[in-house]
Design a protein around this ligand. Structure first.
Ligand code: HEC
Ligand code: HEC
Length: 228
């Protein structure tokens, strides 16, 4: 670890820890410390697999949370909101997140330091953790969204851009409709578990959760409600 990016980062970590020790209830998790539910630096989320836990450690050690927030939304110092940012939604296994993290974004008013020493494994774990936080956050956001949906728009999305009809046949639609919004957002197979390699369908659902908007989900849920 060397270079100005690294020095800047250590300064940031020191500041973050200083702030953490000032608060009474706010406990700042030290890098490498095991996450417990409610821990501040995980946004209250305990990662369910070893890979995600390794990713969380890279995230905290690199102080990503200091600028992007523990749940990716509390963007500080002009940092991007990684929960809604389009680029993160397009990333596959760190192919975009890794390039940005390694290079940094030095020419902005508030720079993002470069994390050039990250290994391919660390980038893969880090990206997996960022995607996990993003999916958890967007799941909560879509569940909390209660404005009435538009069934006609939902049908168009189901048969078009959502790609749902490619995998869910007409006969299948009724059982899918009964499953409800929570299962639609995150089917059982799309929830990360140790020793589970998600199916192509589950991966497609994880990607949809990171790209479809709360309104699109509400429209599809409303459309499916008309099929029951
Ligand atoms: C010192 C603050 C800081 C730290 C630490 C930091 N970032 Fe950033 N990050 C930024 C800023 C500022 C931007 C640019 C925001 C913009 O373009 O609007 C950014 C942008 C990004 C983007 C690109 C978003 C886009 O669509 O252009 C990604 C991805 C990202 N950061 C990931 C990370 C990861 C992963 C880490 C930890 C390894 C990290 N950042 C650490 C400040 C930071
Ligand atoms: C690439 C194929 C694919 C696409 C695209 C897809 N799904 Fe699925 N879907 C699946 C598979 C496979 C499962 C079962 C996943 C599991 O739990 O293992 C599933 C599960 C579901 C479930 C839960 C069913 C249950 O009984 O738990 C709902 C609801 C659902 N999908 C709706 C949708 C909607 C709405 C879209 C479009 C926005 C969509 N799917 C897009 C393959 C797909």
């Amino acid at each position: 670890m060397s270079g100005p990016g690294s020095m800047f980062r250590h300064a940031m970590v020191a500041v973050a820890f200083a702030i953490g020790t000032m608060g009474v209830a706010a406990q700042t998790l030290l890098p490498g410390e095991a996450a417990k539910p409610g821990d501040r630096d995980t946004g209250g989320v305990r990662p369910p697999t070893e890979k995600l836990e390794h990713g969380r450690i890279v995230f905290v050690q690199s102080s990503c949370h200091f600028c992007h927030g523990t749940d990716l939304t509390q963007a500080q110092m002009g940092a991007a909101d990684l929960m809604h940012d389009q680029l993160v939604g397009m990333d596959v296994d760190g192919n975009l997140i890794g390039v940005i993290a390694k290079a940094g974004l030095p020419n902005l008013q508030t720079s993002m330091p470069s994390f050039s020493e990250l290994t391919p494994q660390q980038i893969s774990d880090l990206a997996a953790y960022v995607h996990y936080l993003r999916q958890v956050g967007r799941y909560k956001e879509a569940m909390a969204y209660t404005k009435p949906g538009d069934a006609a728009a939902g049908k168009v999305f189901f048969e078009g851009d959502g790609g749902c009809a490619k995998c869910h046949s007409t006969a299948d639609r009724k059982s899918v409709a009964i499953a409800g919004k929570a299962k639609m957002l995150m089917p059982a197979g799309a929830v990360p578990k140790e020793d589970l390699t998600p199916s192509a369908g589950a991966v497609a659902h994880q990607h949809l959760l990171e790209t479809a908007t709360v309104t699109q989900w509400q429209d599809v849920a409303t459309y499916m409600g008309t099929l029951q």
